[in-house]
Design a protein around this ligand. Structure first.
Ligand SMILES: NC(=O)C1=CN([C@@H]2O[C@H](COP(=O)(O)OP(=O)(O)OC[C@H]3O[C@@H](n4cnc5c(N)ncnc54)[C@H](OP(=O)(O)O)[C@@H]3O)[C@@H](O)[C@H]2O)C=CC1
Ligand SMILES: O=C(O)C1=NCCCC1
Length: 342
């Protein structure tokens, strides 16, 4: 079998926030293979060994291999356009590079470049190679959206309709997809954008203005991260900053939720220690957290998937963090949804 190649144009045509959010929620809530209940064969489950990280000469050049299997999960059928769910299983492997000098090239390239390999579940044959750069941008934001939905929105009687003030710290690829995804999914009343190089925040503000012309959403570009988060109830931060960009004193009191997705070589650091000291922390994958977050001093309660499965509530007036590492199961379910739609 000659594998199909699905390029970024085809991928982009299929991706929508409802499709990606639903696929990522399935990946998050699938139970870990080792904890699967043998009596419940209907249960969705996943197996994703720790990813490998290979250095390509120096720490600015990384290659990550991310294999994953998700079994018995509900996949949206984008083709039928009627939100019909069907049971699906997917075996996939994402290969992704993080080359932090790419943005300085002329013309610049994204720092994160990815491809997802999808395998035939019966024969193991390689079915397709799918350009995965967009998938990485969208699925990471979608995981933060799902985390915000379950850790923050559920605290309010109006749930997902609750108006929120949102801060985006870092307006690179991740910042943009978080801003676009959050605004497409939730009732964002005010959005505050900060980026080290202000022109990127200005460009994102223009894009949002065009998209939400008819809407009463207020858009602000701020000079400092502190100004951006002062009023914010939900904060998304995705940068390569090795130093904390926000600290506890900058936050408003009461209900605040932070999605932190970046920091480069280690998966934390853009948020200060005093924020972790005052927060309850959830992750996407505890298996990966054990290795990749081993030096993080934080009260890690568990996985977002457990919160979804057990319909747990976080307390009101509490500071929550979703610490995103990125996991193969998300890439698998999103790539499968794209493949099914073509
Ligand atoms: N958890 C997950 O699943 C994933 C995590 N990531 C991580 O997300 C982060 C962002 O990735 P991505 O958006 O693709 O990268 P981009 O290169 O598109 O954006 C990088 C952003 O970081 C900012 N930045 C870099 N250094 C600093 C600094 N010292 N202080 C303040 N801001 C800084 C840049 O600002 P400027 O514009 O001024 O350069 C830019 O806003 C990375 O750490 C990446 O590893 C990425 C994919 C998935
Ligand atoms: O999950 C991913 O994909 C990535 N995570 C960390 C940075 C590189 C891409």
């Amino acid at each position: 079998m000659i594998p199909k190649y699905i390029d970024s144009v085809q991928v982009k045509e299929i991706l929508t926030w409802p499709l990606v959010n639903a696929a990522v929620e399935e990946a998050l809530k699938a139970i870990d293979y080792s904890e699967r209940d043998a009596a419940n064969s209907e249960q969705s489950y996943k197996q994703q060994p720790s990813r490998t990280i290979t250095t390509g000469g120096n720490a600015s050049k990384l290659l990550l291999t991310m294999p994953g299997y998700v079994g018995n999960y509900n996949a949206l059928n984008a083709k039928t356009n009627n939100d019909q769910l069907h049971c699906s299983s997917t075996l996939a492997c994402k290969v992704v590079t993080s080359f932090t000098n790419n943005q300085n090239l002329q013309p610049p390239l994204p720092n994160i470049l990815a491809n997802v390999l999808l395998f035939d579940i019966n024969t193991g044959e390689l079915q397709c190679i799918m350009e995965g750069t967009q998938i990485t941008a969208w699925r990471t934001a979608a995981a933060s959206i799902v985390a915000t939905k379950y850790l923050y929105m559920k605290r309010f009687p109006q749930q997902f309709q609750t108006p929120i003030k949102l801060a985006i710290i870092g307006c690179g690829v991740q910042g943009q997809s978080h801003a676009l995804g959050m605004c497409a999914t939730f009732n964002v009343s005010e959005i505050y954008l900060w980026n080290r190089t202000q022109s990127k925040a200005d460009d994102l503000a223009l894009k949002l203005q065009k998209l939400y012309l008819q809407n009463s959403m207020k858009i602000f570009v701020t000079k400092t991260p502190a100004e951006a988060v002062r009023e914010a109830a939900v904060i998304c931060i995705g940068t390569y900053s090795p130093n904390a960009l926000i600290n506890y004193d900058m936050l408003k009191s009461g209900d605040v939720h932070i999605n932190t997705v970046g920091a480069g070589a280690v998966h934390f650091g853009e948020v200060s220690q005093d924020i972790y000291d005052n927060a309850v922390v959830y992750v996407d994958s505890l298996i990966n957290a054990r290795t990749e977050l081993k030096d993080l001093k934080a009260n890690i309660i568990g996985e977002i998937g457990q919160v979804i499965r057990e319909d747990r509530r976080t307390e009101n007036k509490c500071l929550t963090i979703y610490q995103s590492l990125g996991m193969a199961a998300e890439d698998a379910t999103v790539a499968q949804a794209v493949y099914n739609a073509l």
